[in-house]
Design a binder for this molecule. Structure first.
Ligand code: SF4
Length: 300
């Protein structure tokens, strides 16, 4: 199967609505230090296309009936391979013909290439921006586009009336826990929803983190491994600290009239669906080309 249930483990911490997940690629070239997917997918940083992706999707798409399809959750659909292979675009071209809603999750401004097709669908884009500091971003997400390129992408999508939510995720104490400048910038360009969560430690992402940010890792050790809690093989920060960080993010986003949600933290503080999918409801039905054609037909 190429369309799979999102969160097949039914985690109690996941508050997402029911949706399907589609990954055009296995693995990812952005090489994020904190990446969670690298702990359960082999050769993760040697990305490759999913085998028989297009044939499988053509077959499975026929059964769709209004579901949300999240593209993608364990790799970036607009990573470097996509520039030449265009598999994500080919998937969108297929899905356009079926009854479904699209949620794109990316760190890349390459998504702008597909604005034409996204405008024809009930689609939203979730762009992750962890910091506006170029130096930190370069160490944290070495091969992903720069923060200002991502902010420009958010702006251009909104100008094209494609709903956008931003993930400021993960928040790592002592590294990127001061986010007011970014939130203010996002409010200025019309962002309506921000999702955030704290960094969860796995063995392999911690090794990368210690290497990239040794001084901060030293400060975090006690918080994660002595005072924190372990939930499903992830080390979490202490609960009261996580709540404090999330409430601070909520206060800031709300100050700028942006809806807030946290992800997999276990706190009931969300203003809207955690993944920003509520924005799909604000889809302007009358913008759709098929509907415009129908009206033209009725009027002639
Ligand atoms: S973009 Fe996402 S999937 Fe890719 S390396 Fe970064 S965290 Fe992992």
């Amino acid at each position: 199967m190429i369309l799979n249930k999102f969160d097949p483990w039914n985690s109690k911490l996941c508050t997402c609505p029911f949706k399907l997940s589609l990954n055009p690629y296995t693995g990812c070239s952005h090489n994020c230090v904190y990446c969670y997917a690298s702990s359960y997918i082999k050769n993760f940083f040697n990305p490759r296309p999913k085998r028989n992706l297009i044939e499988k999707l053509k077959r499975e798409a026929k059964k769709l009936n209004g579901q949300i399809i999240s593209i993608s959750n364990s790799s970036d659909p607009y990573q470097h391979l996509e520039e030449k292979l265009k598999l994500t675009r080919k998937c969108l071209e297929i899905l356009k013909n079926y009854n479904c809603k699209i949620q794109i999750i990316t760190k890349s401004n390459l998504v702008l290439r597909d604005i034409d097709i996204l405008k024809e669908m009930n689609a939203m884009v979730s762009i992750t921006i962890t910091t506006i500091n170029n130096e930190i971003a370069k160490k944290l997400e070495p091969n992903a586009p720069k923060p200002n390129e991502r902010i420009d992408a958010v702006k251009e999508l909104i100008e094209n009336k494609i709903p956008v939510s931003v993930r400021i995720d993960p928040i790592i104490p002592f590294l990127n826990d001061e986010q007011e400048d970014l939130i203010k910038e996002l409010a200025k360009i019309g962002v309506k929803h921000i999702t955030s969560s704290t960094y969860k430690v796995r063995e392999d992402n911690w090794k990368r983190f210690e290497q990239a940010f040794p001084e901060i890792a030293e400060k975090l050790k006690e918080l994660y491994f002595e005072k924190g809690e372990k939930i499903s093989n992830y080390y979490y920060l202490p609960k009261d600290l996580r709540l404090k960080i999330m409430l601070k993010m909520k206060k800031l986003t709300n100050k700028y009239n942006i809806s807030f949600a946290c992800c997999r933290e276990g706190f009931k503080i969300n203003d809207n669906t955690c993944d920003g999918s509520w924005l799909l409801n604000s889809f302007n039905f009358f913008q759709s080309k098929n509907v415009k054609n129908l009206f033209q037909y009725i009027n002639t």
